[in-house]
Design a protein. Structure first.
Ligand SMILES: [Zn+2]
Ligand SMILES: [Zn+2]
Ligand SMILES: [Zn+2]
Length: 149
């Protein structure tokens, strides 16, 4: 079955994913670095957590990759969750990836490619500015109606 693409604010784990620090040592497997993200637990995990640990049985985890000192994820995987058409693709070992966060630069970040975002974070941030505002107004509207009853 084809997974449905949803708008970013509907993905409960996306915020944690964008903020996650990958390649830190795993708390349970000290020889491993965390290069997976468990979307159920919403945290970085290692290869052994992913494949052997009972804690994550049946959980969906996403593998990340490091390139040019940034962390990316394969388009092939991420496109199941987000529309990547407006994010600039890069390549690791000939497979297209998108970076999770923008390159750390001094001053204000500007996406280097004019028509596309340089990372998932940039897209989500741009999206959030419009949709989150509408979303939160909607929620506060609902709460207000509730409190009137
Ligand atoms: Zn582990
Ligand atoms: Zn898990
Ligand atoms: Zn950017």
């Amino acid at each position: 079955m084809k997974k449905q693409k949803v708008t970013p604010h509907v993905l409960p784990w996306l915020k944690s994913f964008l903020q996650a620090e990958f390649y830190n040592r795993c708390g349970n497997h000290h020889d491993n670095k965390c290069n997976f993200f468990c979307i159920e637990c919403m945290k970085p995990i290692c290869d052994s957590c992913d494949s052997k640990s009972k804690q994550h049985t049946g959980h969906v985890s996403l593998q990340v990759y490091k390139a040019s000192r940034r962390t990316g994820i394969r388009n092939e995987i991420m496109k199941n969750y987000l529309n990547l058409g407006d994010i600039h693709p890069y390549k690791i070992n000939s497979s297209p990836i998108v970076y999770i966060r923008p390159k750390k630069e001094e001053g204000v970040h500007k996406c280097s490619t004019e028509s596309k975002y340089c990372s998932i974070e940039c897209k989500v941030r741009a999206f959030s500015n419009t949709v989150y505002v509408i979303f939160f107004y909607f929620i506060s509207f609902l709460l207000r109606i509730n409190s009137l009853q």
